[in-house]
Design a protein around this ligand. Structure first.
Ligand SMILES: [Fe+2]
Ligand SMILES: [Fe+2]
Length: 277
C-alpha cells in the first residue's frame, strides 16, 4: 500500500466567526495531520448567506482547497458572476440543467487529484432532481479522473443523508452531511471504505440558533412574524471537522477522526495551541 494521505472536511462555516476559526486552526491542523487538502462547506461564510468574492479570496488565502455549497449558494449574487471563473467551487449537482457552476470538480492537491461533489437532499427542502440519480452521474464522471471522491450531502433529514451514505458505500471515499449545523456522533467507515457522518456540524458561533442571533430566531418562531437574522458575532464558538486517512491508490478511507473544538470566545480560539509541544 502506498503512503496514506489526510484530508480535512467541514460542514457549514458561519460568517466572520467561522472564517476566523478557520484562519486560526487550519494552519495548526494542516501541520499536525500533514493535511493533503482542506475542503469546506461555504454556503454561510458571508454573514450567514452565501459566499462573495471577498470571502472566497480570504478563504483561499487561509488554505482552503475546495468549496462546497448548498441551498444558500446564490444569496451573494456576485457568485453567479464568478463561479464559472474559478475551478474549486461546487454547487448542488441536482439543480436544473443550465444552472451556473458545476456539481463536481477535481482539485489538484499536491499533485494528487481530489474529487468533490455537492448534492442536495429533497426531504423538507426545495424540489430538485433526484439526488440519487444525479449523484450516480457525478460519481461516474469523477471516477474517470480520480479514486478519491468526497460527497457533501446537503440535506435536512438525517434519514436521507444516511440513505445516501449506504447508497454510495464502497464507491466513494466519504459521504458527509451538512446543512443541519449540528454535529452528529455517528462517524464510521461503511463497508467498502466509505467514511460517513450524518452531519459534521457548524463551524462558528455557539450561543445562537444554528449560528444566528437567538432573539431574531425566537421571534420568528414564537410570533410567526418576519425578523432580521444576523450571524452571532459574540460569545462561544466551535470548530467542527472530520479528518480522513485515505489510501490514495484505492480512494478508500482507512481511518477517521471527528473533531470538535470549543472556545469561550473567538479571541480564545485565535490564541489557542491545539497541539502543544
Ligand atoms: Fe447552512
Ligand atoms: Fe443549508
Amino acid at each position: 500500500m502506498s503512503n496514506s494521505i489526510h484530508l480535512l472536511l467541514t460542514a457549514d462555516v458561519m460568517g466572520r466567526p467561522g472564517r476566523r476559526l478557520l484562519a486560526a486552526l487550519i494552519p495548526q491542523l494542516r501541520n499536525h495531520y500533514d493535511l493533503h487538502g482542506v475542503f469546506i462547506n461555504a454556503e454561510n461564510v458571508a454573514h450567514g448567506f452565501g459566499m462573495g468574492l471577498k470571502q472566497y479570496k480570504e478563504l483561499c488565502d487561509a488554505g482552503i482547497d475546495g468549496f462546497s455549497m448548498g441551498n444558500h449558494v446564490w444569496d451573494q449574487r456576485e457568485l453567479i458572476e464568478f463561479i464559472d471563473q474559478v475551478p474549486n467551487i461546487v454547487r448542488p449537482a441536482n439543480f436544473p440543467p443550465g444552472t451556473p457552476g458545476k456539481g463536481h470538480a477535481v482539485i489538484p492537491c499536491g499533485g494528487l487529484p481530489i474529487g468533490m461533489i455537492n448534492i442536495m437532499g429533497r426531504v423538507f427542502m426545495q424540489a430538485l432532481d433526484c439526488p440519487f440519480q444525479i449523484v450516480d452521474r457525478e460519481v461516474t464522471a469523477l471516477k474517470a479522473e480520480t479514486p478519491i471522491i468526497w460527497v457533501d450531502i446537503h440535506a435536512e433529514a438525517s434519514s436521507e443523508k444516511q440513505a445516501m451514505g449506504w447508497y454510495l458505500a464502497g464507491q466513494v471515499t466519504a459521504v458527509t452531511g451538512s446543512h443541519s449545523h449540528v454535529q452528529t456522533a455517528d462517524e464510521r467507515i461503511l463497508p467498502g471504505g466509505t467514511a460517513f457522518i450524518t452531519d459534521i456540524g457548524l463551524t462558528g458561533p455557539m450561543d445562537g440558533v444554528i449560528g444566528m442571533e437567538k432573539e431574531g430566531a425566537i421571534y420568528r418562531m414564537a410570533k410567526q412574524m418576519p425578523a432580521r437574522l444576523n450571524v452571532l458575532e459574540t460569545g462561544a464558538v466551535q470548530f467542527c471537522g472530520l479528518v480522513l486517512e485515505v489510501d490514495p491508490e484505492t480512494g478508500k478511507t482507512l481511518s477517521l477522526e471527528r473533531l470538535q473544538y470549543r472556545y469561550e470566545t473567538i479571541e480564545e480560539a485565535e490564541g489557542s495551541c491545539l497541539f502543544p509541544g
